[in-house]
Ligand binder design. Structure first.
Ligand SMILES: CC(C)(COP(=O)(O)OP(=O)(O)OC[C@H]1O[C@@H](n2cnc3c(N)ncnc32)[C@H](O)[C@@H]1OP(=O)(O)O)[C@@H](O)C(=O)NCCC(=O)NCCS
Length: 181
């Protein structure tokens, strides 16, 4: 299945592709973003980090049907990439996102999260969504809370920024569908 564009009131989500390499290389390597991301993100970010990510992670996953990566763009200025959002068929880790710091706190991540969560449950028809996150990541937790997710496990985890107390959040398909009625 080709990954579709997704639209929200204020955003366009476009499948990540090679044309996004330069934009990602330019905006992604910022401590405010990466400190909250999985310790496997290379840091300091190498000069070919975005190219490796797109060519070795994003495109193979899209081809295999195991990962769905979108750039986040405002309808008001769709040429500018302001973040990224991902779904993946990885146990206990199905969704991730980041927004460029200057565009944070506008509700964009929440809006994008709703669009891809709808895709996860209503297009891919997955039964459950799991996302791990640092308990200290208030913004990310708020997005899960607002979606009606619940914490099912706590544990220690490793991020680029160090070791954190983690929570595993869960959303069941029936809960998502019931809230949409
Ligand atoms: C997490 C992240 C994507 C949120 O992006 P965003 O577009 O600013 O999020 P939203 O504007 O949709 O805000 C979500 C909620 O968090 C709150 N929030 C946002 N930034 C916040 C902050 N720095 N401190 C406290 N609350 C914050 C918002 O007020 C909103 O709460 P509300 O629903 O009660 O209004 C962004 O902070 C980011 O890129 N962080 C670094 C990467 C990261 O943490 N990714 C997730 C890993 S689990």
């Amino acid at each position: 299945m080709m990954i579709p564009n997704l639209g929200t009131e204020r955003l366009i989500l476009k499948p990540l592709c090679r044309e996004d390499i330069d934009a990602i290389q330019q905006v992604f390597p910022q401590w405010e973003i990466v400190r909250w991301l999985d310790a496997r993100v290379p840091w300091p970010y190498p000069e070919d980090g975005a190219r490796s990510f797109i060519e070795q992670v994003v495109l193979p996953a899209a081809k295999a049907g195991t990962g769905w990566h979108w750039s986040i763009r405002r309808r008001a200025d769709p040429a500018i990439l302001i973040g990224e959002i991902t779904l993946q068929d990885v146990p206990r880790n199905n969704r991730g996102f980041w927004i460029v710091p200057e565009w944070q706190r506008h509700g964009y991540a929440g809006e994008a999260a709703d669009a891809v969560t709808q895709f996860w449950f209503e297009v891919l028809c997955k039964p459950v969504l799991h996302v791990p996150k640092a308990a200290a990541n208030v913004a990310s937790r708020r997005i899960s809370e607002r979606q009606g997710m619940r914490v099912i496990e706590v544990f220690k985890g490793q991020l680029v920024g160090g070791e954190y107390d983690f929570e595993l959040w869960e959303l069941l398909r029936e809960v998502w569908l019931a809230r949409r009625q």
